[in-house]
Design a protein around this ligand. Sequence first.
Ligand SMILES: NC(=O)c1ccc[n+]([C@@H]2O[C@H](COP(=O)([O-])OP(=O)(O)OC[C@H]3O[C@@H](n4cnc5c(N)ncnc54)[C@H](O)[C@@H]3O)[C@@H](O)[C@H]2O)c1
Length: 339
Amino acid sequence: MRVLVSGGAGYIGSHTVIRLVEAGHDVVVVDDFSNAKPTVVGRLEALTGTSVPVHSFDLTDVDKTEHLFANETIDAVIHFAGFKAVGESVAKPLDYYQNNLDSTFSLLRAMRRHDVRTLVFSSSATVYGAEPRLPMTEDLPTSATNPYGWTKVMIEQVLTDVAASDDRLRIAALRYFNPVGAHVSGDIGEDPSGIPNNLMPFVAQVAVGRREKLSVFGDDYDTPDGTGVRDYIHVDDLAAGHVAALDRISAGTTPMSIWNLGTGQGVSVLEVIKAFERASGRPIPYEIAPRRAGDIAASYADPSRANSELGWYATKTIDDMCADTWRWQSKNPNGYPDA
Ligand SMILES: NC(=O)c1ccc[n+]([C@@H]2O[C@H](COP(=O)([O-])OP(=O)(O)OC[C@H]3O[C@@H](n4cnc5c(N)ncnc54)[C@H](O)[C@@H]3O)[C@@H](O)[C@H]2O)c1
């Protein structure tokens, strides 16, 4: 298939481009580089040994999106493009609703006009809301605790309604747990701009000397060591999950599918710190700080639906995730170069 990867220059999109090419698909990327560096493209081409066509524009632009579909052959879309920082979404809710929803509407309209019926969407475990039952199964009710999360809940609803209106559509929403790690080459990885919002890139920046110490937000949760527990999933396993979902929906007859992509294992903040110290051979200084508003004690998937229906399993351990993150961070202490 020729797959349009929206947000394909970003963290998860770039790793998925590699997996798609390895699986024999052709790839076209659209990204406005609002949260990515153009230098990732050369690295993707070097790693895949193929040229990766890139269209650089904002998907909320309906005319440009239409022009893209009119001029490229596209069999399926994987839609990663969107803003993703929870705290920023609280400060700038309109930017989040507009970017995440309008980009999805543009794509869905262009897909309909050009008879493209297959779509895989980046959703998130955040749609399970503030007090989910554990482990989280796909049939739990959805809600959110911040505007970013609501964009995911709303887009899932839009996709469900659109799929119900046309039984030729093949749509999947993939609910990611906590993606971490990097490509095994160490040449592509997560490159947050500014202060990282997520634990693993922050730990990596402490290890490499870019930041002095880590703040651990809360050590009095109802978890084995008191720190927050999350289901970390290697980005390469996540990327493989997209290829599996794409294959499954395009061969199937179900208009709308939802799958959790996680390992099913909860790992605490202190366990991540210890694993990263093992991987890097460096100490990770940390201090205990107050809980962060909106954080929940524990989050982990029941991945059994994806396991049985997609034949997909997360294969990598927390030690693999830390080793690959460290390889990326130590080869690229300041992330991707500007040019
Ligand atoms: N990383 C996570 O922890 C996580 C967890 C759950 C879900 N997700 C979702 O997965 C998707 C990808 O996440 P990521 O971590 O790779 O983020 P990312 O920011 O690295 O990638 C998103 C890409 O989309 C591009 N983009 C944003 N808005 C755009 C627009 N209007 N038009 C064109 N390009 C646009 C950005 O430049 C960026 O390259 C997002 O939808 C995110 O919400 C991420």
